[in-house]
Design a protein. Sequence first.
Length: 341
Amino acid sequence: MPEAPLPAPVAATAPMLEAIAVSHAFDVSRPALQRLLAREKRATLRAVDAVSFAIPRGTTLSLVGESGCGKSTVARLAVGLYTPSAGEIRFEGQPLSAARAQPDLRRRMNMIFQDPYASLNPRWRVRDIIAEPIRAFGIVRSAGELRDRVGALLSQVGLAPADGDKYPHEFSGGQRQRVSIARALSSEPEFLVCDEPTSALDVSVQAQILNLMRDLQSRLGLTYLFISHNLAVVRHMSDRLGVMYLGRIVELGPANEVFQAPRHPYTRLLLDAIPDLENPGRSRTPVGGEVPSPIAPPPGCPFHPRCPLANARCRVEKPVHTRAGDALVACHAVEEGRSAA
């Protein structure tokens, strides 16, 4: 029986984007003839499993977790690059499938990809890369307006209008990501999905890009779905935080509360791995074990093989989300009071 959708957080405004019990699976089977000869069944990888969340306008929801937990799949589902196997995503109350069919709504969402070296066409000049969405949505009418619009976008992200004549290979990694941000802003979106936008950059450049994104959010009223595995980055960016493990959100709540009083054992182990400059000698509990295969996940709670609080119930019964303070947590230990605050 599918899990009921999570209750939406209390917000002053209706959510701009809402995911309701969204799941997505990939068929990873071998070709039919090979399966027939080997007498194998189809193999399905459940990348996202009954994920629910809501993002109020002008705020940032961040999703964190280890590689392979389904964060990037959620990002692609949020902008319609993937279609949910189950559940529904709504943009301003409309099903995303309906929003995609309406150009005026479709241009209001965009995506910043992880690798600026792979997401920009190396054969196009930067001005053409940024201008393409403007042309596609018919935002301006004349060549002069288009040129001015591209120059303004480049200035907005800290580059010079003259940089539009260059090719992507003539820029550094941080400058390329600024070009990617300018392209994402060119359709005048209100909602941006940011799929690890700083992970491919040097540490010295990451802070510049994050500060730019926060400044743009403040000035333009943008709404972000921010994907990252870096908890320090997430703490700098988030209003709300969702922790993912093996395709599920195991803890979801206000970012400050999750960082200051984490409840799920996995969240605690992730936070314990962050370097503490004020107390470098304190003992730490690393996240032990390996992430189970999403093709054959363990029964019960998917985290139980690595959880220090697991008991017999955890091994057979999948936990549902329960409220703990302002957060939602999927953990039997939290529900039973076995997890000390």
